[in-house]
Design a protein around this ligand. Structure first.
Ligand SMILES: CC(=O)N[C@H]1[C@@H](OP(=O)(O)OP(=O)(O)OC[C@H]2O[C@@H](n3ccc(=O)[nH]c3=O)[C@H](O)[C@@H]2O)O[C@H](CO)[C@H](O)[C@@H]1O
Ligand SMILES: [Mn+2]
Length: 344
């Protein structure tokens, strides 16, 4: 009898120890494979802690006097405004490589837009965060049309199947819903940074780690130089959640390229989703769909980096003197032909 109880005791104790051990290991699983240089904070997001660089790196001495004088390289909230010539790729890459972040790129290719996948992905492999870890999440209603692409080391394609639509506006706004739910389900565990991008674009030059920050937004090429804030195509109807009154505004940002820390992007993507749902309930659609909601958010929650229109130019437009490098450019397309319900 005594011996039996002892055995049961031992068995129960061992089982408890195994259980505790399993809970401990599972609880720490995240930190086991998290890259060095990131540290968790209270809302479980990952923050850059140290701007570390190895010894012996060779690069040009930075100047306090010389730099771009034709453009402004800092916002009035003291965030960098990134142009060619305002960073040294050697230094930036060295710092960010030490952190070795995992970057998620979310693109949608619904209906005829699958035709843009090949050139987007092939050019991204050549120019987008080369030598970094990148997962392309391709949301499509036709996975058979996702092309086979030769990918660099540490880079993957993940196909997410979604239903087709009748109106292009549904894809554009639907992106916010699908991104929110897919981050919740899957992406959160696989990424430190997240980018949202239009698929109808091609990379032409380096689009590198200088673009990474807590929240990075790109100046829309059409309104970056001479447009008065009251002329920005913000949503101007007070009935919409995206409403911005006259007299307010910093810049007009494009919704075709935006990125940042996973959790900050999640918050913003979800915000656009929720705001557009509110609008739908009130039978209104913001003038530029999620771009309008994005601009409202970024006015009152300033981005930590503003990227110049080098980070999204357009093949429709002549390249002006101040754009020294076109890093990615929107393709010319026949809107009426490529969209399910025609052009604008
Ligand atoms: C350069 C720029 O400012 N782009 C914005 C502009 O887009 P665009 O006029 O460039 O819109 P677009 O036709 O490229 O649509 C945006 C994206 O939605 C996806 N898509 C769209 C339709 C479709 O049938 N299938 C499909 O997959 C695809 O990833 C596409 O790149 O206005 C849109 C809202 O009106 C968005 O704010 C875009 O980010
Ligand atoms: Mn586009």
């Amino acid at each position: 009898m005594w011996r039996n109880i002892t055995r049961i005791h031992i068995l129960v104790s061992v089982a408890c120890l195994v259980l505790l051990g399993a809970i401990y290991i599972l609880g720490n699983k995240e930190s086991l494979y998290r890259p060095v240089g990131f540290c968790p904070d209270s809302d479980n997001a990952w923050r850059i802690r140290d701007l570390k660089m190895q010894t012996g790196l060779k690069y040009d001495q930075p100047s306090t006097i010389n730099g771009r004088t034709d453009v402004n390289a800092v916002t009035n909230w003291n965030a960098p405004l990134v142009w060619e010539g305002t960073f040294d790729p050697v230094v930036i890459d060295a710092i960010y490589k030490k952190m070795d972040p995992r970057v998620a790129v979310l693109v949608f290719a619904v209906g005829k837009y699958t035709r843009f996948l090949k050139s987007f992905l092939e050019s991204a492999e050549k120019y987008f965060l080369v030598d970094f870890r990148v997962n392309y999440y391709i949301f499509t209603d036709n996975e058979k049309e996702v092309p086979e692409i030769q990918l660099g080391q540490g880079r993957n394609i993940v196909v997410v199947t979604i239903p087709g639509v009748n109106r292009w506006q549904e894809v554009v706004l639907g992106r916010m819903k699908w991104a929110t739910t897919t981050i919740d389900k899957q992406i959160r565990n696989e990424s430190d940074y997240l980018y949202m991008m239009d698929i109808d674009s091609v990379f032409h030059n380096r689009f590198g780690a200088e673009s990474l920050s807590r929240l990075s937004a790109v100046l829309h090429r059409g309104y970056y130089k001479a447009t008065l804030r009251d002329q920005f195509p913000y949503e101007r109807r007070p009935e919409s959640k995206a409403f911005i009154p006259a007299g307010e505004g910093d810049y007009y940002y494009t919704a075709a390229v935006w990125g940042g820390y996973l959790e900050d992007m999640y918050k913003l993507v979800k915000y656009c989703y929720m705001q557009s749902e509110e609008d739908a309930k009130n039978k209104i659609e913001a003038i530029w769909q999620e771009e309008s909601h994005l601009n409202k958010y970024l006015l009152y929650n300033k981005p930590s980096k503003v990227l110049s229109p080098e980070y999204l130019w357009s093949d429709y437009d002549r390249i002006p003197e101040d754009i020294k490098v076109v890093r990615i450019s929107q393709l010319v397309k026949n809107y009426a032909e490529v969209r399910p319900n025609g052009g604008h």
